[in-house]
Design a protein around this ligand. Sequence first.
Ligand code: PMT
Length: 401
Amino acid sequence: MTALKDKKILLGITGGIAAYKSAELTRLLRKSSADVRVVMTEAATHFVTPLTFQALSGNPVSTSLLDADAEAAMGHIHLARWADLILVAPATADFMAKLRMGMASDLLSTLCLASESPIALAPAMNQGMWLNKATQDNRSQLEQRSIKLWGPASGEQACGETGLGRMVEPQTLLEEVKQFFAPETMKGLSVLIDAGPTQEPIDPVRYISNRSSGKMGYAIADAAKKAGAKVCLVSGPVALAAPSVDEFVAVKSAAEMAEAVLNRAEEVDIFIAAAAVADYRPAVLAKKKIKKNADETILAMEKTEDILASVSALKRRPFCVGFAAETDSVESYARGKLEAKKLDMIAANKVGGAEGGFESDDNALHLFWNGGEQLLKMAPKTLLADQLINIIAEKQNENSI
Ligand code: PMT
């Protein structure tokens, strides 16, 4: 278990009940051979003692700017420069607000302000606090400063409420850390991704669409970028901020998406079709708003172009990865699409259930290719996207040899 050998991780712990989970995180990081130094806020020490983290990390724990002994062992500025990654887990709403404002009111916030190391946060708070506009504004500002947010997860909370705000589990955070240090598996490759839903107009005020949020496709675009690829993201209408990719193309209808994708597909190495493209569109676009005079109405529909099948049929075709969104018989439908569209890989996900699929932050994927398959179990879409990108890179590389 040496995946994190020589990696220096400064683990910040702030005052939330999830602090107890960080003891397990410290153990997992150490087991993967990371060098871990823990910095706790005063509030965090009320939940778990510094001694616990000292025993688990094998290093003294720092809690105060004014601790002469700790400063003598490793001064706070030295500590700020020492880290390859600062991970604050749990990160409370209060800490996120401090970080956003650039405050230096305790040792941990001072370290973050003084450091040039990358920073990742694992937020943990009551679901109402997470959804509050102030926290969401802080989150968006922090992300714009390239501070990573791993989580929060959804579920039952210590306060008895249910919703988004739980700290991501230690094992998942360990995977995020490993992924953060992973080599760039797509360096030199260009990747085209489509994401989100399409909107098929009925008349000037109505359209047909679906529940895709774009989260899966956007996470894949981020992951491909992190893996060193040149990324173009063609996106249907979603509520997400555009990720920092090399080219971003906003489209609405299946026809616009097809045009944007097919104009670029021959120039790229890999095409990943994560979009939920409408299979049918209204055959006629009414010029004026349709009146509700009749008790019943029938809308004639025609098939849209199958973008993925068209890309796969190109003479100079990229490595093609499709998705299959199924409510039942997931494997057999996915295998059918792999064959019918002559794909290199298909990622099947179950939709319409309580967990994963459309809109959710989490998902599970079952990958199929000719002669192989792999299950990626339920995890945040961001983490799943990293795993998917690494597998695609490996398979594309095998195909191109
Ligand atoms: O966006 P999220 O809320 O995060 O949800 C993610 C997701 C569930 C949308 C995503 O993981 C997913 O499964 N995307 C594909 C959805 C879909 O349309 O699946 P399908 O089984 O109907 O289509 C099979 C494949 O053909 C897909 O790769 C699709 O992009 C592609 N297709 C389909 C129709 C069409 N006209 N053109 C296409 O390219």
